[in-house]
Each structure stands twice: as C-alpha cells, then as structure tokens.
Design a protein around this ligand. Structure first.
Ligand SMILES: CC(=O)[C@@H](O)[C@H](O)COP(=O)(O)O
Ligand SMILES: NCC(=O)COP(=O)(O)O
Length: 250
C-alpha cells in the first residue's frame, strides 16, 4: 500500500507574504497539486500568520469541497483556543496537533505524552466530538508507554517527526539507522491501533526508504522540499515525482 501525499502550502504562503500582493496563489497552487494527484492539502497556520493566513483557510476548504470532494484538508497546530476555533470553523478531515511554541521557527519535536496527557485528553476529546480525525505529532522513538498514551487520549493516528531523518541527507548510514528506528516506532503504534503518518523535511530522495520500511504508512505531508522542487519542475510535475517516491503509480 502506498502512502498518500498531502501537500503542505505553508512555504507557498510564505513566498506570497513577501509582498502585499495575492501571488503566488496559495489556493491556485493547491488546485494544481490536487489536479496532479495529491490526496490532500496541509496547512500549519501559526499564531503570527507568517505563512498561512487565517483568511486562506476558507478558500482552501471551498476548493476541496467544490472541486476535489475525495481530497482531505489537514490542519496542523498547537491546540490553543484560537486554533481550536479555526478547526471548528473549517472542519478539516484531519487535525494534526503539534507541541509548537509560537516563537518556534518550525516544528522540531513531538509531544511529551506523559507530561501533556491532561491537555491532550481535553483537546482530542473536543476535536473528536466534531467527528474529525486526530493525529498527534510524535518523536521517532520506539517508546511503547508514550505511544500507549497517544492511544488512550483518543488519537486516531500519530505523525512521525522525520526532521532528523531529513537532516541526514548527506549521511546514508545515519539515514538508514533512523529509518529503522522510525520503522520500529511505527510498528508499535500500529500494534496499539494507531495509524501512522509522517512529515518534516521529506524529499523525493528520502521517501522511498521510509515507505519501504513502513509499508503501512498512511500519509506524508510535505511542504519545504516539495516547494523547492516545484520551483525547478513546476507544481504538477513535482507532485507526480513525489507520488512515485511515495510508492504510488509504481
Ligand atoms: C508539523 C510539521 O512538521 C510541519 O507543519 C512543519 O512544521 C511545517 O511548518 P512550517 O512550514 O511552518 O515550518
Ligand atoms: N507535517 C509536516 C509537514 O506538513 C511539512 O513539513 P515540511 O515538508 O515543510 O518540513
């Protein structure tokens, strides 16, 4: 089974935000990605709106509902009140909760499930009442007790944080070792009844080894590396390349 590809639009939004102009168009590039075969669109609206603006969310929801009814909207963020209200308003098919501090440049760690258990219990319950799938950002450590908590608080999935894996693009031995650790973590999660997503610094080069090690990988969400390739190959061709790297169209 091949992993689904959700295209993260944050980097496109950051480029647009350099000017007070509406291009490059976040929804326009999202449309091209979906037309080219992406399974969904991901956004990570941060409180300072430095990438995705809150005003982008409605048009993305409308795009999916209007033209791509099978596609999924994935909203990522720290579960503070403002983010939860956006979730209630835009009803993404999937909500990925990350433990990011507003001052963080980007996501760089998963939840501390023991420490954050009470918060997660509360917010996962609130989102589940809306009927939405919940995924929790998790470090790649094969820590069964921690992952058990993810299940107990009601999550449907975890998203493996693959930043360290993506960071060793120039060290194949270390990448192979991290792919193995991520694979062991995924096996524990699957055994506990959690489905498994992955994301952060994934590329056409590093995806094949990951999807081979984790054949049940449900979805990857990719922004930075995919946007970099889109500048070279165009968005449609880039989506096709990433689909193949995910094991689709093989
Ligand atoms: C959770 C995760 O890994 C991504 O959402 C990543 O944080 C992208 O967000 P930025 O584009 O804001 O770095
Ligand atoms: N959930 C990870 C994501 O959406 C994209 O991360 P990146 O590819 O921008 O590092």
């Amino acid at each position: 089974m091949a992993a689904k590809l959700s295209v993260n639009l944050n980097a496109i939004a950051m480029l647009r935000n350099r000017r007070d102009l509406p291009w490059p168009s976040v929804t326009g590039l999202g449309r091209i990605a979906l037309e080219a075969g992406a399974s969904g669109l991901t956004v990570h609206p941060r409180p300072d709106q430095r990438h995705i603006r809150f005003s982008d969310l409605g048009p993305i929801r409308t795009l999916i509902d209007g033209a791509f009814p099978g596609a999924e909207f994935n909203m990522e963020g720290f579960p503070e009140e403002g983010f939860l209200r956006l979730v209630e308003e835009h009803r993404p098919e999937q909500v990925t909760l990350v433990p990011d501090d507003p001052s963080q440049a980007t996501s760089d760690h998963g939840w501390d499930f023991q420490k954050d258990r009470a918060l997660l219990e509360k917010v996962v319950g609130r989102i589940k009442q809306l009927g939405l799938r919940v995924s929790l950002f998790a470090d790649g450590d094969p820590d069964r007790e921690a992952l058990k908590i993810a299940r107990e608080v009601g999550a449907d999935r975890i998203e493996l944080y693959t930043g360290p894996y993506g960071g060793c693009y120039d060290d194949p031995a270390q990448a192979a070792s991290l792919a193995e650790t991520l694979g062991q973590t995924a096996e524990i999660a699957l055994d506990l009844g959690l489905d498994v997503n992955a994301g952060h610094d994934l590329t056409v080069a590093n995806l094949p080894a990951l999807v081979t090690r984790i054949p049940a990988l449900a979805e990857v969400s990719i922004g930075h590396g995919l946007t970099a390739d889109a500048l070279v190959y165009g968005m449609a061709e880039t989506v096709r390349r990433f689909r193949r790297a995910c094991g689709q169209d093989a």
